[in-house]
Write a protein that binds this ligand. Structure first.
Ligand code: HEC
Ligand code: HEC
Length: 175
């Protein structure tokens, strides 16, 4: 009896351990691989309207309050007029908020929120502490190189930025 119960205990432990072990790779396959792989998200309006001047920055890079500020001021968007039809604007904002850094939907978001003041609403992800930390090895002069332009130009160095991949294998700083 004793052996029997112990046997069940061992089997249960093995079961739990293997479930944990196997849930990690499948999490990555879903696209949430932690620090550098973003979940694959679909929103037609966001993809269409927010990727014509730069890549469509993933919602997980900024908290909800930031997206509300940005989407509320599109006619004065970093010196550009990026205003939209109100229905489209509302649809994009809803999508950004649902997947924002503080929405609890991605590892990337959790990382971005670490070290951010709870009330902060930065307009630039490139000015967050998270971004500075991830890029502490990039020398200041590199950002203003002609081939880069600005830190906001992720795709200059992250060759798979448009697919939401920021792993170190796909980073190459241009000359
Ligand atoms: C008409 C062009 C244009 C469109 C359309 C546009 N943007 Fe931008 N956006 C800019 C420019 C210019 C910058 C500043 C880039 C730089 O500093 O190099 C910028 C910067 C940003 C930044 C800050 C990047 C940083 O430095 O961290 C965010 C966030 C952003 N845009 C979000 C959006 C969203 C969301 C949409 C869609 C609703 C959008 N943009 C559509 C032109 C545009
Ligand atoms: C001048 C080139 C350059 C630009 C522009 C740039 N990055 Fe990076 N990024 C790097 C380098 C270099 C690293 C460090 C790679 C490593 O860990 O080996 C990095 C790391 C990262 C990481 C962490 C990856 C990991 O392995 O943990 C993320 C996420 C990231 N960048 C996102 C962005 C985003 C988003 C933008 C645009 C808003 C951007 N980067 C713009 C060069 C750049």
């Amino acid at each position: 009896m004793n052996y029997f119960l112990r046997g069940i205990g061992v089997l249960t432990t093995v079961g739990v351990v293997s479930v944990l072990a196997f849930s990690l790779p499948s999490g990555e396959a879903r696209g949430d691989g932690g620090d550098y792989v973003l979940p694959r998200l679909k929103n037609k309006n966001w993809q269409q309207e927010c990727s014509s001047c730069h890549i469509a920055y993933a919602p997980a890079f900024l908290p909800r309050a930031s997206w509300r500020r940005l989407m509320g001021d599109l006619d004065r968007h970093f010196g550009e007029n990026a205003s939209l039809d109100p229905a489209i604007q509302a649809d994009i904002l809803k999508f950004l908020e649902a997947n924002a850094a503080d929405s609890g939907t991605s590892q990337m978001g959790r990382r971005v929120m670490q070290g951010m003041d709870a009330k902060a609403a930065p307009l630039r992800l490139t000015e967050t502490r998270w971004f500075a930390h991830k890029h502490d090895e990039v020398r200041p002069a590199t950002w203003s190189r002609k081939s880069v332009g600005s830190a906001a130009n992720c795709a200059a160095c992250h060759q798979k930025a448009e697919q939401g991949l920021f792993d170190d294998d796909s980073v190459r700083i241009p000359k």
